[in-house]
Design a protein around this ligand. Structure first.
Ligand SMILES: [Zn+2]
Length: 163
């Protein structure tokens, strides 16, 4: 069925970018096979990609703090909505450590929770199950078009794909 499908995977779609807020719990199904990891800079007002692979990176030049961010395309079956969810290094590590190396993340049911309390509570990510029929869930979309749109930057930095 998949191989005879004439529609190529969608890679240009801009989706909703979801950051889990303090005290918020999100349960969703992962559509991505792999996690997209990106090094970014926080300039004090906005996030920009880090172009560490190039001779000059504007963020490195101004010594803006460097932060790694992880992105997953996820789907909420109860509302049939989907979007890109942003993970912290700790949440991404927790997710990847729950699985054997190099296993696909697609179809995993995860629970994300950001603790209350401090300004930026800790984001946790636990695997609570696996979709019984991964072939039936929506197609995966790449994270970059959404990030490019949010960051207002169309020059793609190195994206690390990990699973
Ligand atoms: Zn940089």
């Amino acid at each position: 069925m998949y191989h005879s499908d004439p529609t190529p995977p969608v890679h240009t779609k801009t989706l909703h970018l979801q950051r889990i807020k303090r005290g918020q719990v999100v349960v969703c199904t992962v559509l991505s096979h792999m996690l997209t990891g990106v090094w970014t800079h926080w300039t004090g007002t906005r996030t920009t990609p880090c172009y560490f692979h190039e001779p000059t990176c504007p963020g490195c030049a101004t010594q803006s703090p460097r932060r790694w961010k992880g992105y997953l395309h996820c789907w909420n079956p109860s509302t049939n909505s989907n979007g890109i969810i942003e993970l912290t290094p700790a949440a991404a590590t927790e997710l990847l450590n729950a699985l054997p190396p190099k296993s696909s993340l697609r179809g995993l049911q995860i629970r994300l929770e950001r603790t209350k309390g401090a300004n930026n509570g800790r984001l946790s990510c636990s695997v609570i199950g696996r979709h019984p029929d991964p072939d039936s869930i929506p197609k995966e979309c790449a994270a970059w078009p959404t990030l490019s749109h949010i960051w207002g930057d169309d020059k793609q930095p190195p994206l690390g794909l990990v699973s």
